[in-house]
Design a protein around this ligand. Sequence first.
Ligand code: LR7
Ligand code: MN
Length: 597
Amino acid sequence: WLRSQDAFLSQDALRRGRGSVRDDWIAVRLGEDQREYVDRKGIHVVVGHYMGEAAASPSLNLTDELVNKNEFSPLPNEGKGGSPVQIPSHMLPRMQALFRINRFNLMASDRIPLNRSLPDVRKKKCQAKTYPLDGLPDTSVIIVFHNEAWSTLLRTVWSVINRSPRQLLTEILLVDDASTRTFLQRDLEVYAATLPVPVRVLRSPERVGLVRARLIGAREARGRVLTFLDAHCECTQGWLEPLLTRVAGDRTRVVCPVIDIISDDSLAYVRSFELHWGAFNWELHFRWYTMGGTELRRRKGDVTEPFRTPAMAGGLFAMDREYFFELGAYDDQMEIWGGENLELSFRVWQCGGSVEIAPCSHVGHLFRKSSPYTFPGGVGDVLYTNLARVAEVWMDRWADFYFKFNPDAAAFRPKLNVTARVALRRRLQCKSFEWYLDNVWPQHFMPKDDRFFGKVRNVRTGDCLVKPTGKGSLNQPMGTATTSSCGGDDDLELVRMFVMTPQGVVATDESVCLDAPERDLGDGRVHVRPRARIMACSGRPRQVWKHDKQDQTLRHVASGLCLDSPENSDEEDSILVLSECNGSTGQQWKFEKIPWN
Ligand code: LR7
Ligand code: MN
């Protein structure tokens, strides 16, 4: 149904009123929860967003038989060069049913050969770079998995085999975290034995979670460097050399590739941003942010230069094996999923190493919208316990901040036993979290002595500035600046919190800042559009504000205008604008400090 006559059929259906038109695509409803997307040229159909968890397929039940069947049946050209897979329309109901097994388009994956080609997504300068292999350490690639699909798991393996210099690749270790799928239990060793590099299958008799599964792999590994990958990745040309080169130069570097996107709908390979680094939000959820100034400047001269990142995503990195164990490996009390990426990042940085991203190394990862497997103990309990351990061991005063505003995690604080990890931190004489914030992530928006932290309340309405609910391209909050109720709903406390730095930046969680979009008309003055917005922090002067303690105005420094909650009958009065300062109560703001530790 990628063929153009199908697209015309779709447009016909659209004319009969069963679809909707957007700027650049047309969605046509085929049935209850089936929808196809056709772009304006009528040739590209994206397998749409209808296949998530909610999608129920009336015709097919996920029987044990279906879940345990390996339907891998490749077609030679499918997904070639990272292109999207085309599923014939008569197979859609089955495709939807299969989607639910792994929370990605399993039918699409099963049609792509294990050794499909991929585009060389590297910058020209990266492609031109040479890496003398002689001085490089060898590596064991460790892939842990629980009930992964056959095709994604082995496509990961083949992408490593096909795109790694043979002399650098000691072995691939597949650590099975107690998968229940019969084809994985039965066929993996047999298949591994046919491969041109040593591939060992290690089995955990019981479900141990990804941290302890990786530890099984790390202990068995014979390579000098450990390279971890998720079980649904595809490595592109030249991925390994930049990672190993950095570790060779300094064994305390922990090096990540740029993580590209494999679409969960079409399995297309999509290049991702290179200029983003990893950090976290006030809930300790990992987030990508635009790279901070010093790293950006350091790289100006050379786009191939690796850059330091406050945190890693977690799944994809290379680390010297001895250093990994010297530094305390992983916190083996962490269960199933989550938190280990921040734990390792904080530990590496605070204990003398560094975490970086090598922009010349690109690896695709299949991102899913939800987790396909069980969380023994419950999703929330598992994740919050892991995060509570991170905070308690590594974050000093900011642990109090985390627990104060994340009551779900706070519930686990009294039950934690982190003695061994605290002892490790002392033994390694690691630096403080304050050092980490000041030196590794100076652009952070955590509360600190040098800045205001609390609510920003409008005098006229009594309402408070809030974080917008709209989402930008990196999934960060973004939108018009508005106010809303200052209290009542405790779950929403974090949404009302802002920091204001001595430099006059008003920021909230997720690196978004109070902003006044401007037009530079070339006459030296700043022309501000009336609506105030909350946008990605840029460090630019237009995000600088001054709160006047006397008249309580919040002035936009570049324009001299005042942040205003105007009385206005035909607009929602929660929308904030920039106006000439006039002394009205709508322009008065109280900065209410909230204690956090
Ligand atoms: O109980 C489990 N046992 C396992 O072996 C649970 C998971 N796993 C395996 C699983 O099969 C997979 O191979 O562990 C691997 C990671 O699990 P995913 O793919 O469900 O994790 P994710 O991709 O959703 O999440 C990211 O954050 C995790 C936090 O614990 C891990 O650090 C993942 O490795 C990490 N993935 C990435 O960094 C890829 C890029 C994501 C981004 C941004
Ligand atoms: Mn993953």
